[in-house]
Design a protein around this ligand. Sequence first.
Ligand SMILES: Cc1cc2nc3c(=O)[nH]c(=O)nc-3n(C[C@H](O)[C@H](O)[C@H](O)COP(=O)(O)O)c2cc1C
Length: 196
Amino acid sequence: MKVLLLNGSPRKEGNTFAALTEVAGALEKNGVQTKIISIGNKPVQGCIACNKCGELGRCIFKDELYEKVLEEVKEADGFIVGSPVFYAGPNGALCALLDRLFYSGGRLLAYKPAAAVAVCRRGGASAAFDRLNKYFTINNMPVVPSQYWNFVHGAKPGEAKQDAEGMQVMRVLGNNMAWMLKNLSSGAAPIPEKEA
Ligand SMILES: Cc1cc2nc3c(=O)[nH]c(=O)nc-3n(C[C@H](O)[C@H](O)[C@H](O)COP(=O)(O)O)c2cc1C
């Protein structure tokens, strides 16, 4: 069992990374493998609405980031997306990637448990969290809960680790995702038939 954690911050080892690392630690303790991929700080191509992905089954743009995430998504049993809050929303570069990923490869993620994590200095986490959850809930993905909404607070890189409650929420999220993955893998009930 493997969970892909996508770090939507241009800071490779900033606060979003710290939050995702805490989730990953809890998953690993439960015997679930993890991989964290960062979107990095290079420009990210957005969707141009060409609709070619409908024919190709993938995006026409072949940038390294999209290729890497698409390959990892195929392997993953669960998906967690973390983002810093920029002007009360997720990082625009992350949304550019997710628009293309879900439009062209949503079928690879359907029925896989997912969660969003929003990291901010002070405000806007709720709006960013809602925006990210929209990708999952339009795509048949069960959303994993925690004991509070998945927010961690901090400004300078590393400060997130001082948010004890936020870190606790991250650990509970990891434990809950492991629990959901294990239950779903029993196959006790088949995936519902898809309606056209
Ligand atoms: C362009 C920009 C916009 C930001 N907007 C917000 C905001 O709306 N609310 C907030 O609390 N913090 C805001 N921040 C602060 C970041 O969310 C915060 O520093 C966060 O910890 C960064 O995470 P990272 O280290 O993973 O990049 C903003 C930062 C930047 C660079």
